[in-house]
Design a protein around this ligand. Structure first.
Ligand code: HDD
Length: 753
């Protein structure tokens, strides 16, 4: 503090660690410790440091944020202590027998510090190890009690705190964010009837139909066990070996190779509960339900080349995006939609609603929007919150129930089980981030790291000594839906589960041309990394059951012949679905325009400052984020961008959604001969970003040899050149493409065999 106040750039007390001076503790600091210790270090809501994005404490909206204040600590003005609260005079040197002598066993301060450090790591999640999370709330749009008695949907305006963790699946804890993968979308609702965890993904279906196969699926996709390669990638032999021998993966593979697997941001992904669940109302009436999260920012994805480069340029791309959005008060929002259908309706569907490789097309059961989720507070501590949060599909509340989906049934076991080894025991529910805000009363006792001080001598039920408490709630509590089941005990799958292709075809048909091309390219990339020809052929034989162009283009990309279609697992006719527009990413363009989109201003030193300020103002008014990028750091005048200026060598074009080149003649000339500026322009072009040249900026476009027309001969309406100083129309067009995400017309369609 003192050092900060006096602005000393070096450690002023460093010298005192050496030689004779080390014998005398630094004066003053130990004295201060005693008085400072008198203050408790646990903060209260009143003293909490402002951690919410815009500085507002959101405890009103999110009781869990307030509830967690009991464990939030803040070191400001506090002395250093051991874990026992003993003030520490010297944290620089161990206790030795003489300055050059051996360290003494007695040094409990060193030993405590090292011991704690030695045990700092816990096992990472067996899947979904890499993730980021935030606090927020869910707000119901109405009283939906006729559908479900689930507490969060009880009345209009009711707010339930949530903690949400987004993740990749295959990569390890330190892997990159923008790999090709499914994204986890796990929501913990701290409801007044206990915690409800909706542990979903950003894709509405799954690879396999039965939990029995989950360990095999994960062993196949994880790095190969002999050499630990590849990290966070499905592009290797074992994954495609498993996938092609399990054709039930066909539908999910279409989503996995689509743009869904490379989202632009967590904020622009949909979320899905995947399985069919049950909703139960106060009268015990049940309907089936699928859960959907719809991002208000729209659904936007990266393109593959961009995603690969971002892995290097900013491996924390999604984590940073979520963090920064919340810090700047741009709270990410999703609407919750329910797809509701009765058991009788489900009987009529051509697929089985218990099969998690199938979705229910919106044409069969429309979405009903029931509320909104807002993420408005970043965690204070990554480990304590994001790492220690334990999501379990078994955590449900009255009003929600499982279906017999065999994948879901297995999950009910797996999540609680995994937390016990990951978090070190059965009391993981007492960790602050996992503790419900609803009170907990039962006769479970003891276990490692137990926190609760359960009073009294009664820890069993029934009892009379405790007055029968805690007592069962009967109708008021959770009750499973009393489904009548008359069946033989057996292993096996229902008949309709054997159709593996109808919905893979539906998905393909529902994609735009550009989306289809991306799927073809993704299969070529993935299978191009497969070294066993028989596996490549087997996958293409699956694709031959989905669509001839798909199979042919992938075969062409791999340089192999199109094989015979893989034999089907059923003799029954495959249902034929009409395209469902909602399955395309284009379906949800978003309601937030260019809000939080990031624009690079590639600036020459002689740019027209006035014009640039005007352009920046327009962009900022619409909520865009801007950053000046120059060839080299120059002290010259900088326009007022959102982020601090940077230089080409310290950033990357893939980190921006669009570029504006602003320069006078000399500056443009300088940019046009800078290889980094040329690469910047070419990559922005290649990735379909809007590009606007002001003043001499067009020289850079020319030098980068950006084609004037699109491959199909059409006009490229996202390369914009201001010739007469007039920018209004061009800027409007620039912002239109920016809001859309990108234009896809610059890409070439893959060839077919
Ligand atoms: Fe799972 C974690 C989502 C199938 C077993 N899963 C995990 C997470 C998400 C999902 C989002 C991370 C939660 C977090 O952020 O902490 N998993 C899914 C979805 C599935 C699915 C949407 C299919 C519809 N999972 C699935 C099956 C099993 C598991 C079939 C086992 C039978 N999943 C686990 C796990 C994990 C997990 C091993 C690892 C870490 C954890 O649970 O907490 O138990």
């Amino acid at each position: 503090q003192e050092q900060l106040a006096r602005n000393i750039p070096w450690n002023a007390t460093k010298k005192a660690e050496y030689g004779a001076q080390a014998r005398t503790p630094h004066q003053g600091e130990t004295a201060r410790a005693a008085s400072a210790l008198a203050h408790a270090s646990t903060v209260t809501e009143a003293t909490a440091s402002p951690k919410t994005g815009d500085g507002k404490v959101s405890s009103g909206a999110s009781p869990i944020a307030g509830a967690l204040d009991r464990v939030r600590t803040d070191d400001t003005d506090q002395p250093l202590t051991t874990n026992q609260g003993t003030p520490v005079a010297d944290n620089q040197s161990s206790l030795k027998a003489g300055l050059r002598g051996p360290t003494l066993m007695e040094d409990f301060i060193l030993r405590e510090k090292l011991t704690h450090f030695d045990h700092e790591r816990i096992p990472e999640r067996v899947v979904h190890a890499r993730g980021s999370a935030a606090h927020g709330y869910f707000e119901s749009y109405g009283d939906f009690s006729s559908l479900t008695r689930a507490a969060p949907l009880a009345s209009a305006g009711k707010r339930t705190p949530v903690f949400v963790r987004f993740s990749t699946v295959a990569g390890e804890r330190g892997s990159a964010d923008t790999v090709r993968d499914v994204r986890g979308f796990a929501v913990k609702f701290y409801t007044d009837e206990g915690n409800w965890d909706l542990v979903g993904n950003n894709i509405p279906v799954f690879f396999i139909q039965d939990a029995m196969k989950f360990p095999d699926l994960i062993h196949a996709v994880k790095p190969e066990p002999n050499n630990g390669i590849p990290q966070a990638a499905s592009a290797h032999d074992t994954f495609w070996d498993f996938a092609s021998l399990s054709p039930e993966t066909a539908h999910m593979l279409m989503w996995h190779t689509s743009d869904r697997a490379i989202p632009r941001s967590y904020r622009t992904m949909q979320g899905f509960g995947v399985h069919t669940f049950r909703l139960i109302n106060q009268d015990g009436e049940a309907v089936f339900c699928k859960f959907h999260w719809q991002p208000l920012a729209g659904t936007h994805s990266l393109v593959w080349d961009e995603a690969l480069r971002i892995c290097g340029a900013d491996p924390d791309y999604h984590r940073r995006d979520l963090w920064e959005a919340i810090e700047s008060g741009e709270y990410p929002e999703w609407e919750l939609a329910l797809q509701v259908f009765t058991a009788e309706e489900a009987e009529q569907f051509e697929f089985d609603v218990l099969d998690p490789t199938k979705l229910v097309p919106e044409e069969l059961a429309p979405l009903q929007i029931v509320g909104k989720m807002v993420l408005d507070r970043n965690p204070d501590n990554f480990f304590a919150e994001t790492e220690q949060v334990a999501f379990c599909t078994a955590h449900i509340i009255p009003g929600i129930d499982f279906s017999n989906d065999p994948l879901l049934q297995g999950r009910i076991h797996s999540y609680v089980d995994t937390q016990i080894s990951r978090l070190g025991g059965a009391n993981f529910h007492e960790l602050p981030i996992n503790a419900p805000i609803a009170p907990v009363h039962n006769n479970q006792r003891d276990g490692i790291h137990r926190q609760a001080l359960n009073r009294g001598r009664v820890a069993y039920e029934p009892n009379s000594l405790g007055g029968g408490c805690p007592f069962q709630t009967g109708q008021a509590g959770f009750a499973s839906f009393p489904e009548a089941i008359h069946a033989d005990k057996m292993r096996g799958k229902p008949e309709k589960f054997a159709d593996h292709y109808s919905q893979a075809r539906l998905f393909w048909r529902s994609q735009t041309d550009a989306e289809q091309n991306h799927i073809i390219n993704a299969f070529c990339f993935e299978l191009g990394h497969v070294q066993t020809p028989a596996i490549q052929t087997r996958v293409v034989s699956m694709l031959a059951n989905i669509n001839p162009r798909l199979a042919s283009a992938v075969a062409q990309g791999l340089g192999i012949a199109v094989p015979e279609p893989m034999p089907l697992a059923t003799d029954a006719p495959i249902p034929d679905f009409a395209p469902s527009p909602a399955l395309s990413l284009r379906h949800l363009p978003g309601k937030t325009g260019i809000h939080t989109r990031k624009v690079a201003i590639l600036q020459g030193e002689d740019a027209d400052h006035q014009q640039l300020e005007q352009v920046l103002k327009t962009l900022h008014d619409k909520g865009a984020v801007t950053q000046i990028v120059t060839s080299r750091a120059s002290p010259g005048s900088k326009a007022h961008a959102t982020l601090p200026a940077t230089v080409l060598s310290a950033t990357s074009p893939v980190l921006y959604d669009g570029v504006i080149v602003a320069a006078g003649d000399a500056g443009a000339n300088q940019l046009a001969t800078d290889p980094l500026a040329l690469e910047f322009a070419r990559l922005q072009y290649r990735h379909g970003k809007p590009m606007l040249a002001l003043g001499g900026g067009k020289d850079l476009f020319q030098a980068a040899q950006l084609p004037a027309t699109l491959p199909d001969g059409g006009h490229d309406n996202a390369i914009l050149v201001a010739t007469n100083g007039q920018t209004d129309d061009l800027l409007t067009q620039f912002m239109r493409v920016l809001a859309m995400g990108r234009i896809t017309g610059r890409e070439r369609a893959p060839e077919t065999a």
